[in-house]
Design a binder for this molecule. Structure first.
Ligand code: 13P
Length: 404
């Protein structure tokens, strides 16, 4: 059953919304056939054309019928940022950590359909048995932040850091879950580990128990916010600009630094500001502000709480009736929390923020297509990590899963 929001946008209005973030409405998205979504053609060329015009109701029927046929051979996982008309199909929802742990626990199934983005599907592939096929409904659902850490740039940074500090420098690499599988393997091979926004502090403790410095990538904000909360001063965390020789740093800065932060960011979370929080406090006395730790440091400092998407869900869900929450994260999750908590006031800190554009690339049409293909005996959009990468990436992920 598709979930409808109050006001439909026509094609032209949606196009404006996608191309001009300053005029992006937050509460007027409705399910539309894939063909009516702006720029869909460039998202995944090979989806058969018959799926493009299907109405939400037809897609819903086809997905339900395909799932019934596949039964327990399949499970569908959904990240909290998926839109309502996708998350309704998920057997299990969560933040990146919860989804990774759940994937690792899966037994006796053949297929995992991952409604999320590419790095999440890769992690699920690494953590499930080799025989399990992990499918991403739309292969163009990536993560722009993960793309900011190109493996070659990271390998070069590692070499430059060791040239500047000496080959025996004690640096442990830590990668955010939002990264390619070969970077997870890179840290696994070098005594490092993966972290998510729900365990970055524990991951850093693990790393600092084994080395004097940490190279943290790709999200500078999660690294800075976590390091600061652990007691590091801002000037002990140097920014590594991967577009510049030696990351734009001097040997003196590097020697002083405890953390070397990759210059990557999340375009959605970077939009939240301390000024928006000030405005929310002025307009809603008693408001509680919770933001994702991918937000800039000043924003996190101005908020009452910060945490992963799962922590945000729990904070709002567990709060008493009558509570007021201003939230700094992706709009589909904020909208769902507002809908599910009618006895509370829940709103997005940025009234004009857009959805995460890559999470948004999962549409029910892709789900129908990949499920019906499975029934016909064809696996489309399988995400498969090759075995050398898998071996070390698994080490890095298992270190994370074993954190206390
Ligand atoms: P969470 O682990 O908090 O769900 O975050 C995932 C993510 O990609 C945020 O941009």
């Amino acid at each position: 059953m598709a979930i409808l929001t109050p006001k439909a946008l026509n094609y032209a209005e949606q196009l404006v919304m996608y191309t001009d973030p300053d005029t992006c409405p937050t509460d007027a998205l409705v399910p539309v056939p894939l063909a009516e979504e702006p720029a869909f053609v460039s998202w995944q060329q090979d989806i058969p054309r018959e799926y493009l015009a299907m109405s939400p109701e037809e897609l819903d029927r086809r997905i339900a019928s395909a799932r019934a046929k596949l039964g327990t051979r399949l499970t569908i996982l959904g990240h909290h940022y998926q839109r309502d008309e996708v998350i309704q199909y998920a057997d299990f929802t969560g933040d990146s950590f919860k989804l990774a742990r759940h994937a690792a626990e899966q037994k006796d199934l053949e297929f995992v359909l991952f409604c999320g983005v590419h790095f999440m599907a890769e992690s699920a592939d690494i953590l499930t048995d080799e025989s399990v096929k992990v499918i991403l409904p739309n292969m163009a659902a990536g993560c722009s932040m993960a793309d900011m850490a190109d493996p070659d740039d990271v390998y070069q940074a590692w070499d430059e850091i060791h040239e500047m500090l000496g080959q025996d420098a004690s640096v442990v690499p830590v990668t955010y879950m939002n990264s390619a599988a070969n970077l997870k393997a890179f840290v696994g091979e070098r005594d490092g580990l993966v972290c998510t926004s729900s365990n970055a502090d524990k991951a850093l403790e693990y790393a600092f128990a084994r080395g004097e410095k940490v190279l943290f990538f790709p999200d500078q904000h999660l690294g800075r916010n976590t390091g600061y909360a652990m007691g590091f001063a801002l000037d002990e965390m140097v920014l590594w600009n991967w577009r510049m020789p030696n990351g734009g740093t001097t040997p003196e800065q590097l020697k002083k630094a405890k953390m070397i932060l990759w210059q990557g960011h999340c375009s959605t979370h970077q939009r939240f500001t301390a000024a928006q929080i000030e405005k929310a406090r002025a307009e809603h006395p008693g408001v509680q502000v919770i933001v994702h730790p991918e937000c800039p440091w000043e924003t996190v400092q101005a908020a009452d709480f910060n945490g992963s998407t799962e922590k945000i869900v729990r904070a709002v869900t567990d709060s008493p009736a009558g509570s007021t929450w201003a939230i700094g994260t992706e709009i589909n999750l904020v909208k769902r929390l507002a809908d599910q908590n009618p006895d509370k006031t829940v709103f997005c800190l940025d009234p004009v923020i857009c959805p995460c554009s890559t999470m948004y690339r999962i549409h029910p049409a892709y789900i129908a297509w990949v499920l019906e293909s499975l029934i016909q005996g064809r696996v489309v959009n399988e995400v498969k990590v090759e075995s050398d990468t898998r071996k070390w990436a698994l080490v890095a992920l298992e270190r994370m899963l074993a954190l206390p």
